[in-house]
Design a protein around this ligand. Structure first.
Ligand code: AMP
Length: 573
C-alpha cells in the first residue's frame, strides 16, 4: 500500500498524546512534515512500516514521536531500539528523543556507539533505559556480552537503512533483527530501496505500510533560483550580507520553526532591518496586520514558517529566501511561489548545508529545473554598494537648503584642526558609516565554524564507518599540535572527571553541535570540576550560544572563555 499526503493534518490529528503535543509546541514545530503525517498514525497503531525518506525531511520525529507514544515509562526495559549507520546520527537521534520526551518523567534514552567508553554504557544500561539508539557493531558487542536485554522490545527502527547497507552493516542488522522478539514492530527508513534492503523488508516486516512522499510540481519560469552552499560564514551573517547587497523590495525568509521566526526577526531588527515574524502562534488579527504592513511597505522582511505563509500573495515580494531548506519538494515550490506574483519577476535563494545536498538534488529533480549555485557578495561588492548608498544620500542632502550653522562648523574645523575640506569630509564619512564601515573588516577564514556539522561527506565522518571494536585512541590521545596555538583560544566547559567525561565525548559533542571539524578541535584538558578545550579563534556568537546549551553526560557545557571569562566578541561583518 502506498500513501501520499495531500491534506494538511496538524499534529493534534495524529493521535499523539498531549505530553508530546506540548513538547512539540515548546520546540516550535507548527505542522507535521509529509513523512510525519503519513507514518505517525500507523506506527502508533503498531504497524510495520517502510518509509522512503532522507535526512532533512523530519524523519527522526516521524519514528521518535509514535514510538515514544507507545513507551511505558514505568516499565524498566528497552522498548525501542533504533539502529543508525553512524555515531553522529546516533547522538543526534537520541537527542531528538530526549527533547520530544521532555514531558515524560523518568524517561531515559541512551546512544550506544563504537569508540565510546564501554564502562559508561554498561553503567547507564544497568540504571535502566527505555530507548537505545545504536550503531550495529557496538550493539552486537553488547548482545554477545548479554549486557543488553531486548526481550521486552516493542519497536525496532532501522534508520538510513541504505547507508547501513553501504557501510557493510547489513549482516549485523539482520543478526540483530533475529535477536528481537517476534512480536516487535519494525519501522524501516531509507532514502532509496536497493534490492538487499527490499529483501530485509520482505523477510522481517509483516504487511508493512509503505510510505513514499511523491510530489509532482513545478516552479514559475519568471523566478530566478539560486542556492548558496553554507560554508565559511554562518547563515545569519550570510543573510545580512545578502540583505545589504540584493536589490529587494519585500522579502520572505522561510525558517522551520515558530521559535526561529521570532529569533531571526529579533536578530535582524537588532541589525537595523525592519523584519517581523509570521507564524501560526500569532493571532489572526496580528497576522493580517503584519501582512498589511508588508503590502504597504512599512515592513520589508517577513520571517515565516510554511504554514503561516501559505497562499500569501503580496506583489511587493521580490525575494524568497529559504534560510532553512524545506523538508519536501512541494513546500519548496509553495515557498518560491510567494514571489514572482502578478507577472513580476522574482528571485529565490536557498541556503543549503553540505549535508542537505541530497534534498537540493531532489528539489531539482521534482521541479525539473536546475538551481544555480551562487557565492555570497564579496567584500569589494560591499564596499561598492556602501559607497553608492552613501553618495546617493549625500546627493539628496546637497539638494536641501541647509542652514549656515553646518557650513560654519566646517569652516571652524578647517582653522581649528588645520585641515582641508576633503579631510574633514572624509572624517564625516567615516563617522556616518561607523555601523557600516565603507571598508568592511577583512574576513578571517572560519572554515571550522560553518553551520552544523556540515563538512565532510557523511560516510567520511570519523567513528561512523566501522564502529565495532571502537578504537578511540586517535581522539583520546594527544591532541597537541593539531593546530597552531596562535589560531586557537581556550574555553572552559562545565564537565570534568567528576562526570567521567572522555575527550572523545567532548569532541563528539562540539563537532556535532557547532560543526567544528574534529581536526580543528585542539587540546582538551580534563580537570576534576571542569575541562578546558582549545577551539579556533573567532567563534561566532551563534556557535557560542549553541555550545553553551549543549549537554555532555547530561550536564550543560556552559562554555565560557577560559582566560578572561568574557564571551567572544561580536563579529563586525
Ligand atoms: P530530520 O529529517 O529528522 O533530520 O529533521 C530535520 C530537521 O527538521 C531537524 O532539525 C528537526 O528538528 C526539524 N523538524 C522535524 N520535524 C519538524 C516539524 N514538523 N516542524 C519543524 N521542524 C521540524
Amino acid at each position: 500500500m502506498s500513501e501520499n499526503t495531500n491534506g494538511n493534518p496538524g499534529f493534534a490529528d495524529l493521535n499523539l498524546p498531549s505530553f508530546l503535543l506540548s513538547a512539540l509546541g515548546k520546540l516550535g514545530y507548527e505542522t507535521p512534515s509529509p513523512i510525519q503525517a503519513a507514518t505517525i498514525p500507523h506506527i502508533i497503531e503498531g504497524k510495520d512500516i517502510v518509509g522512503m525518506a532522507q535526512t532533512g525531511t523530519g524523519k527522526t520525529a516521524a519514528f521518535a514521536l509514535p514510538t515514544l507514544a507507545r513507551i511505558d515509562v514505568q516499565l524498566n526495559a528497552i522498548q525501542t531500539l533504533v539502529l543508525c549507520p553512524t555515531r553522529e546520527l546516533a547522538i543526534q537521534v537520541s537527542e531528538a528523543f530526549q527533547s520530544y520526551a521532555s514531558g515524560m518523567h523518568g524517561f531515559h534514552v541512551l546512544p550506544i556507539y563504537g569508540g565510546q567508553d564501554m564502562r559508561g554504557q554498561l553503567r547507564s544500561l544497568k540504571r535502566g533505559v527505555h530507548v537505545v539508539v545504536a550503531t550495529p557493531g557496538r550493539l552486537l558487542d553488547h548482545l554477545s556480552r548479554k549486557s543488553i536485554d531486548l526481550s521486552r522490545l516493542k519497536t525496532i527502527v532501522l534508520d538510513e537503512a541504505d547507508e547501513m547497507l553501504r557501510m557493510g552493516f547489513i549482516d549485523d542488522v539482520e543478526t540483530i533483527l533475529k535477536s528481537t522478539p517476534d512480536s516487535r514492530q519494525v519501522a524501516l527508513f531509507s532514502a532509496t530501496m536497493p534490492p538487499p534492503i527490499r529483501k530485509v523488508a520482505t523477510r522481517y516486516l509483516k504487511d508493512p505500510i509503505e510510505v513514499r512522499i511523491e510530489t509532482n510540481v513545478t516552479t514559475n519560469e519568471n523566478i530566478e533560483q539560486f542556492y548558496w552552499l553554507v560554508s565559511g560564514t554562518n547563515k545569519l551573517d550570510a543573510l545580512t550580507r545578502l540583505l545589504e547587497v540584493e536589490d529587494f523590495d519585500g522579502m520572505i525568509v522561510f525558517v522551520r520553526t515558530k521559535t526561529a521566526t521570532v529569533e531571526l526577526a529579533d536578530k535582524l531588527n537588532a541589525r537595523g532591518y525592519s523584519a517581523s515574524p509570521l507564524n501560526g502562534d500569532m493571532s489572526q488579527t496580528i497576522r493580517q496586520r503584519t501582512v498589511e504592513q508588508i503590502k504597504k511597505g512599512s515592513l520589508d522582511i517577513l520571517i515565516a514558517t510554511d504554514v503561516a505563509a501559505r497562499g500569501l500573495d503580496v506583489e511587493r515580494v521580490s525575494h524568497v529566501l529559504n534560510y532553512d531548506i524545506p523538508y519536501d519538494d512541494e513546500a519548496y515550490v509553495h515557498r518560491v511561489g510567494r514571489t514572482g506574483r502578478a507577472g513580476r519577476s522574482g528571485k529565490a535563494i536557498m541556503f543549503v548545508t553540505p549535508r542537505e545536498r541530497r534534498l537540493l538534488r531532489s528539489i531539482e529533480k521534482t521541479t525539473r529545473q536546475k538551481i544555480a549555485q551562487m557565492e555570497l557578495p564579496s567584500r569589494n561588492e560591499l564596499i561598492t554598494k556602501r559607497s553608492r548608498d552613501l553618495k546617493s544620500s549625500v546627493s539628496e542632502a546637497l539638494k536641501m537648503e541647509l542652514s549656515d550653522v553646518y557650513r560654519n562648523v566646517v569652516a571652524e574645523l578647517q582653522t581649528e584642526e588645520e585641515s582641508s575640506v576633503e579631510e574633514i569630509a572624509a572624517a564625516l564619512v567615516y563617522l556616518a558609516q561607523k555601523d557600516r564601515p565603507l571598508i568592511p573588516p577583512k574576513e578571517t577564514p572560519r572554515a571550522s565554524y560553518d553551520d552544523k556539522r556540515e563538512h565532510r561527506p557523511r560516510n567520511d565522518r570519523d567513528g561512523g564507518r566501522r564502529d565495532r571494536g571502537g578504537d578511540d585512541r586517535k581522539d583520546r590521545g594527544d591532541r597537541k599540535g593539531r593546530k597552531n596555538n596562535a589560531d586557537m583560544e581556550s574555553y572552559k566547559i562545565a564537565v570534568g572527571h567528576k562526570d567521567q567525561v572522555t575527550p572523545r565525548e567532548i569532541v563528539g559533542a562540539i563537532a556535532n553541535e557547532a560543526g567544528i571539524e574534529g581536526r580543528m578541535i585542539g587540546q582538551i584538558r580534563i580537570q576534576d570540576q571542569f575541562s578546558v578545550v582549545d577551539l579556533p579563534k573567532g567563534m561566532p556568537k551563534e556557535t557560542f550560544d549553541i555550545l553553551k546549551k549543549v549537554r555532555v553526560r547530561k550536564r550543560q557545557l556552559n562554555i565560557e572563555r577560559f582566560q578572561d571569562n568574557a564571551p567572544p566578541q561580536k563579529k563586525h561583518d
